[in-house]
Design a protein around this ligand. Sequence first.
Ligand code: Q46
Ligand code: ZN
Length: 321
Amino acid sequence: MIVSRCRRCGVNRAEVYLAHSNLSLCPECFTLLTERRVRHTIESHKMISRDDRLGVAVSGGKDSSSLAYILHNLYEKLDMVLIYVDLGVPEYSSHCLKKVETLAKMLGRELVVYSLERELGFTIGDVRGTIYGKKPCSACGTIKRYLFNKIAYDLGLTKIATGHNLDDTVEALFNFYIEGNVKSLVRLRPYLPKTHPKIVPKIKPLIGLTDIECYYYAEYKGLPIRALECQFSKGSRSVRRKELLNTIVEKIPSFKHTFINSHYKRILPLLEQALKSQGQGEETEIYDCPICGMPTSLKGMPCHFCKIVNMIKGKVEVKVS
Ligand code: Q46
Ligand code: ZN
């Protein structure tokens, strides 16, 4: 029997094959290299500084759990809290909560839990039946983005780290290219700096790691990760797009890496220039939401979050925070 040895240490048995770089690695070398790659992403984009107070958005999934674990190990002295938004999805949300509680204990880090039901009196399932139709996912994205920012702002945190990885980013870019959504293509970045006093900068340290790399990392480190999927994720467009992109990777292993590199190095600078020459730079006007006071691009109107809350108010009785 031929046992392939790890290409890095040459001693241990290789268990992980990274097709994009044609590397076979043992678990130890794989986890070490993964951490180095994340550190490289963080340093090359100057994502974290010593005096940061970091919020890590956790969901109980492989990506955000790996992210919290890697950040904890790389920056042990950094002030860091985990933030979990409980969406009230039956069975799933309480299952995920247990996983993030275990993770927080394992790391000895504080966990802040925000329950939609407790704080606002509704669950994500109540979004169905409004203009969002049967799938609450796009409203869910808006709600989570708003709440992570609001919670971090209220806690005085200086940055929010999310577990968006390479697969998530390529899927989103692919979608924006198809839609011709130039503004979103320009806005989707590994590091979103502060553009308003109430907007907390966002960082994506896992942007260079694939889904499968995050999965292996979490497995090898024995991290508590959820075994259930959200009931609303079935058949979602983003899942179907990811499946489609994976069929390309079967034929061209480096496809996602090449795609993201071409976008950030070659295409993005041209798109930025084009927008500027049309007088549509990245800076959009920001206004205060008349309901919650948080920043919004909508002049004289409630922000997207408050709009969703108002919509649900028509269906169920909602506590006004
Ligand atoms: S949690 Fe929310 Fe996902 Fe559930 S409702 Fe859809 S977006 S599927 S990451
Ligand atoms: Zn608002």
